[in-house]
Design a protein around this ligand. Structure first.
Ligand code: NAI
Ligand code: MG
Length: 338
């Protein structure tokens, strides 16, 4: 039976990489019932609302979405629709794997899964302006909230993921030396949960700034990383750089009532509409979605097709030093899905 899935092509390069991804998914032979919905700037243009009720209703029904990037205005303007979707569907764990595809580069044999807390910390949107020195914008304040229950479920997710995927170590990344309460609570909970997994999954702790440095000096020491929202946002872009950049970095937002799969990257306005974006990140996110549906064999076929296209066929988009367009690359991957 065809599975119902909400599809949000999104903004910027979103529609281009979505087209390529749909071709690859079709090549698996599985049949999906795509419910196309709007979000972000595309939704503002069509309906005046960046997150239309129809989009929410669709995800409530399907409990599963494949989503392109959504543009968020910098500074003022509407709040992030990505953050709103994560909140609406309690998508508490953001799973971002990064694995080397092209060997013999500056970094080799990278295989890191970052699990980012996706709902709390500084991303709750409690910010305000305070008057200072007669200037209404003389001071800005932001509230960070970390809860024991929120930390528990995401850290448990990371350890459980490690145990189930045969991974050896979970690194808890924090800033508890300075943020003694918010980061301190996350670390305290991490230490407790690590005890439950003693003998099965190793645990180590790193302060965020050291972790950022260790990632570029000795990335091979990392296996699974679990961290709070902002640190996870920054580290996942850094980690994507170890495997060839944002064009190769997928992510899954896992929640209690739904799951949304997307690329780590944004709408890339600098290259949008040119047909040169790398669709691999969204294709790999679609493979994670297949795993989530229990179709792990199909997920593996898609991942192998990406590797075969990039490595054996040497068909590559510009970000990886090639000349293939988004469409040509997508077609090449689809042909490789066997
Ligand atoms: P970005 O990730 O869109 O782009 C950063 C750089 O990476 C750019 O030079 C871009 O050309 C390149 N890049 C990204 N994806 C690529 C791909 N698939 N192939 C080739 N090159 C690629 O980040 P930026 O420019 O900071 O943000 C643009 C917009 O995207 C903002 O409005 C931001 O809020 C939004 N955004 C949305 C996300 C989402 O929907 N989950 C995540 C991150 C940002
Ligand atoms: Mg980000």
């Amino acid at each position: 039976m065809a599975r119902d899935i909400t599809l949000i092509p999104g903004d910027g390069i979103g529609p281009e990489i979505t087209d390529a991804t749909l071709k690859v998914l079709a090549a698996t032979g599985l049949v999906f019932n795509w419910d196309r919905q709007l979000g972000g700037m595309a939704a503002v243009a069509a309906t005046g609302d960046p997150l239309p009720e129809a989009t929410l209703a669709s995800i409530r029904r399907t409990r599963l979405a494949l989503k392109g990037p959504l543009t968020t205005p910098v500074g003022g303007g509407f709040r992030s629709i990505n953050v709103a979707l994560r909140k609406e569907f309690e998508l508490y764990a953001n799973v971002r794997p990064a694995k080397t595809i092209v060997h013999g580069q500056r970094y080799d044999n990278i295989d890191i899964v970052l699990v980012r807390e996706n709902l709390e910390g500084l991303y709750i949107g409690q910010e305000r302006w305070v008057e200072r020195d007669g200037d209404p914008h003389g001071q800005a304040e932001s509230v960070a909230v970390v809860t024991r229950s929120g930390s528990e479920r995401v850290i448990r997710y990371a350890f459980e993921y490690a145990a189930q995927h045969g991974r050896k170590k979970v690194s808890i990344v924090h800033k508890a030396n300075i943020l003694k309460n918010t980061s301190g609570l996350f670390l305290e909970v991490g230490r407790e949960i690590a005890k439950e997994y003693a003998g099965r999954v190793e645990m180590n702790e790193l302060i965020i700034d050291n972790c950022a440095m260790q990632l570029v000096m000795r990335p091979e020491q990392f296996d699974v990383i679990v961290t709070t929202n902002l640190f996870g946002d920054i580290l996942s872009d850094e980690i994507s750089g170890l495997v060839g950049g944002l064009g190769l970095a997928p992510g899954g937002n896992i929640g209690t009532s739904a799951a949304i799969f997307e690329a780590v990257h944004g709408s890339a306005p600098d290259i949008a509409g040119q047909g040169i974006a790398n669709p691999s990140a969204l294709i790999l996110a679609a493979a994670m979605m297949l795993d989530h549906l229990g179709e792990t064999a199909a997920g593996d076929r898609v991942r192998r097709a990406i590797v075969a296209t990039i490595v054996a066929d040497e068909v590559r988009t510009r970000d990886l030093g090639g000349t293939a367009s988004t469409g040509e690359f997508g077609d090449a991957v689809a042909r490789r899905v066997v």
